[in-house]
Every structure is written in structure tokens, then in C-alpha cells.
Design a protein around this ligand. Sequence first.
Ligand code: ATP
Ligand code: MG
Ligand code: FE
Length: 341
Amino acid sequence: MIVLGIESSCDETGIALYDTQRGLLSHALYSQVAMHEQYGGVVPELASRDHIRRAIPLLQQVMTEGNTQLNAIDAIAYTQGPGLAGALLVGASVACGLGLALDKPMLGVHHLEGHLLSPLLASNPPNFPFVALLVSGGHTQLMRVDGVGQYELLGETLDDAAGEAFDKSAKLLGLGYPGGPAISRLAEFGDPSVYLLPRPMLHSKNLNFSFSGLKTAVLTLVKKQTTNICEQDKANIARAFVDALVEVLLVKCLAALKQTGLNRLVIAGGVGANQQLRAALNAAATKRRFKVFYPELEFCTDNGAMIAFAGAMRLQLKPEAAQRDYAFTVRPRWPLDQLGI
Ligand code: ATP
Ligand code: MG
Ligand code: FE
């Protein structure tokens, strides 16, 4: 079965072809970051318009690179939510138009299920069940995953997401948007002994997180500087920020493994690309004898491959989920643990 995947929930247009026999055939991505950078964040209306511009050229690219004819596609999976309504509508209408024109069924996919299953696309995929840490721009959740659609929420952030904390702190340090990769690179040059930032909810005895205080702590440090903040000091603050955030994520992952009795941990979402987080988790995994799995670096942030893959998994499990009435809705808010099979 060949599934075409379409992702357009935020500021990346991603298209991919996944074959249940041969694996990922091709994928293409266009990121709008350069366009949104000047505004310091995503402008929803501009995002929607740009998805319209990019979708068809990207589709043509994946068909060519995947050496596949449009009529060989068996189904079209699109991101139905959560995300920006206007942006989601672009992907959904492209999917619907293609489905009608080609007489192929379509399927709405949950964006976070795409992230959650993306490590299964890697060369050494985990088996179910596992604990998943979903750390993205809009979400920070710990899940127990027993299979496709079998998600139990163990804990989540009470305020900012980890990616959001990265982006907001980076902005305070004048590092541009999105700031995750930039603050992480800068932290490599920081001295860890200069500043100590709070570890929010580290000892909270549950699996919830809170990151808004961390961003405020960064703001306080920046404001304390009487003169222009020098590069070394920026790096020291970046280091203190990354160390605090990584320690909280690590401790909560260990607690989730203990609580569930599982020994497989899966990391998904954009912050999963973070090298300091990966180093801390890898060291803990060796010491405590659990296994940790990541998506390929390019599939940590938004992409079409994870949507094609999640769509294919769902259609294999439940072929009747394929929809042929071509009426589509998007779900800007959509809790993952209510998804079911
Ligand atoms: P959601 O999936 O919750 O709707 P999103 O799609 O915007 O949100 P992703 O695309 O999964 O989120 O991830 C983007 C986030 O990942 C941004 O906040 C970005 O700063 C962060 N990020 C990307 N690379 C890194 C990195 N190397 N280190 C830290 N953060 C990173
Ligand atoms: Mg993005
Ligand atoms: Fe995402």
C-alpha cells in the first residue's frame, strides 16, 4: 500500500510517499522560518498562504523522486489537527482535491501521533509498549504507548512547552526564531558553573512539567546586566537554561519508566533533535539499562514522512478508516489521548 502524506499544521509544508512494503519512497519539505523570522514567530495568515504556494510543487517533487505515478497511490493522509486552522485547511483541501480527482480515499491524521510514531521510521525501531516523551514547539507530554492509537497520558506541561521555552529564551538572548538550535549551539560554549537556574517541578511527585518560570529566570538574568550583554555571558545563560531544562526532562523520563515498569523510552518532536538532551538520555540509558530511541534528525521537527507513515499504520490496522465522502474538517485542538483506534 502506498500512502501520500501531507503536513501543513504550522510553518512547514511536508509531503511524502510511504510504501508499507518498501518503506519511505520520497519526502520533501519547505520550511517557512525565513518568512516568519522577521516577526519573531509564526504569522498564521502568511503561513496558510505559503502552504498554498508550496503544496503542488512539493507533490510533484515527491512523485518524481519516488518514481511513482499519481494513480499508484492507495490513500492520501493529511494532518487534520492540532495546529493552525487556516494552515490545516490548506493540507486538508489539497488532500480532498487529489482524492476526488484520483478517486482515492483520504484519512485525517493526528499531528502528534505522527511525531510519536516517527521513531518507528528509523533504522532500529522500538517495539511496543514504550514510554514516549513528546517534546515539541506546542507540547510536552509523557505517554505510555501500547500500540497505534493506544495512548495513555502520564503527565504534561502545565504552561509552556519545552520547545516554546527554548524559543522564548532564545528570543530574550537575541538569538532569532526559532531559537532552539541556536541556544543549544551557544550553550556548548557556556560555563555551567556561572549561573544556576531553577528546575521547575523536579520533585513534584508527578509526571507534569512547568517551563514558564525558566523563561522568566532567563529574563531576570538578562535584565540584571547593567551593560550590553557580552557573548560569553549569553553563552553562560544559554548553558544554565539548557542544563536546567534537560535535567527536568531526564528526571521525569526516569520516573515514567519506573512508574510503568517499561524499559523502552522513545523521544519525539523538535526538541528531540537537541544534542544535550540526547547525550543526557544516552548516558542514563547505559547506566540504568533501558533503551532510548529517537527519530532521524530530519524527522524530529514537522515533516510529511511521519504523516504518511502514521496514515499507513492506521489504514493497515483499520482499512475502513479510509474515507470516501470527501467532506473534511480540521481540528485545531485535539487531545491525543482521546484519539483511540
Ligand atoms: P507541535 O508539534 O506541538 O504542534 P511544532 O510542530 O511547532 O509544535 P516541532 O516542529 O515538533 O513543533 O518542533 C519545533 C520546536 O523544536 C521549536 O520550538 C524549536 O525551537 C525546537 N527545536 C528544534 N531543534 C531543536 C534543537 N536542536 N534543540 C532544541 N530545540 C529544538
Ligand atoms: Mg515548525
Ligand atoms: Fe509538530
